[in-house]
Design a protein around this ligand. Structure first.
Ligand SMILES: [Zn+2]
Length: 381
């Protein structure tokens, strides 16, 4: 009974009611001045319009459901959304508010889905190393330095750095040719020796390099220390830490903005992450290659890096029985994956490029330097 040009006042629909056969029946919904009435061959029911609850439901929220507190367990429904445009319903502020809320909820849900759909490809795009590299290259060096300082401050809260000016000056002289070979215009390297007997060294964004006393004292030749440092300096110049951070933080910022939270806390967890970060195998290979370029340019025998790796592997095997000591000694290996394969690659390159080339010792008084460092630590090593 639809009047042309106006909203219909009867709608195909149905009802759920415990007293209907099978609990439900199909029929017609009709809106009168004060009520919404259901009629069917099996029986009917009537909800007062006042206090009626309107909900969207069913697959794709395509059904309109009416419920009423006075009729628990019963509901009326129709797939004809035009019912919501009925003048009697549009006149009821409570019904209008419910419809609006439902619309807002559906819009929010749709917006959420859209954001996720956009964030996934954007996140994947950011997670690509060349993209992260491009972003990292455009990060001001002052930001990298600030981040590196922040992480270093955290380290020095936990461990002691070697303060002796003579030891640091000697170590600086030993590293000078390597720094010159790197020839970075962007970074000013600053090396700190940290009192820690594990075989480890690592570099932070911005150019702070941390060397553990264990690495220096257990080295048989200065080339082992220099080999590791060449590798670490390459991590800095190739911005491996920043690249990994950009990938990680990029994704986190996006998730934070989607799920609430702020970019600041994402950056803060980024700094935490730098402390325990593990570079990808690609980054490790790149640092090996470029680190070796630096060593060769500085005239330093690159075999040192290989013998260092072999030493650390031997140490790993020897300490398998003592878990605590084992884990402590493993920091370098655990943050530098793929050692076996990398040793093989380095050896192949050395065999290929350095046949018959000889190198002058990098430092002549290395043992004296080790003794002096040891004396700073009160004789322990
Ligand atoms: Zn590395």
């Amino acid at each position: 009974m639809n009047r042309p040009g106006s909203a219909p006042d009867s709608f195909e629909g149905g009802a759920f009611h415990p007293q209907l056969p099978g609990g439900r029946s199909m029929g017609t919904l009709r809106i009168t001045g004060q009520s919404i009435r259901f009629e069917s061959p099996h029986g009917g029911m009537e909800f007062p319009l006042s206090g009626v609850q309107v909900e969207m439901g069913g697959a794709g929220h395509r059904m309109v459901f009416f419920k009423h507190a006075q009729f628990p367990g019963c509901s009326l429904f129709t797939a004809q959304k035009a019912i919501l445009k009925h003048p009697e319903l549009e006149r009821d502020p409570a019904v209008v508010a419910q419809c609006k809320q439902g619309r807002r909820r559906r819009l929010l849900a749709a917006a959420g889905v859209l954001c996720l759909l956009l964030a996934i490809p954007a996140g994947l795009w950011l997670a690509k190393d060349p993209v992260a590299g491009l972003i990292a290259r455009n990060i001001p060096v002052a930001w990298e330095e600030a981040l590196g300082r922040e992480v270093f401050k955290d380290i020095t809260n936990r461990v002691k750095t070697v303060a002796s000016p003579e030891v640091n000056a000697q170590f600086g002289r030993m590293l000078e040719p390597l720094f010159t070979a790197v020839g970075s215009k962007r970074y000013q390297f600053k090396v700190h020796i940290v009192e820690d007997l594990s075989l480890n060294a690592f570099a932070l964004p911005g150019g702070i390099v941390v060397v553990h006393t264990g690495l220096i004292l257990k080295a048989d030749r200065p080339e082992e220390v220099l080999g590791v440092l060449g590798h670490e300096l390459a991590h800095v110049t190739r911005q491996h830490g920043m690249r990994t951070l950009v990938q990680r933080v990029g994704l986190m910022v996006m998730l934070h903005s989607l799920l609430g939270g702020d970019a600041g806390s994402a950056m803060a967890s980024g700094a935490d992450f730098l402390l325990g970060q593990k570079f990808s195998r690609d980054h490790e290979r790149e640092a090996d290659d470029i680190g070796m370029d630096y060593l060769l340019r500085a005239g330093i025998d690159p075999q040192g890096l290989v013998t260092f790796f072999e030493k650390i592997q031997k140490e790993q095997a020897a300490k398998l029985g003592d878990m605590a000591e084992f884990q402590e000694s493993l920091t370098f290996l655990s943050t530098h994956p793929g050692t076996d394969e990398r040793i093989e690659r380095l050896k192949k390159r050395i065999a290929r490029e350095l046949k018959g080339r000889s190198f002058a010792p990098a430092v002549t008084d290395f043992k004296a330097f080790q003794d002096q460092l040891r004396s700073q630590l009160g004789g322990k090593d």
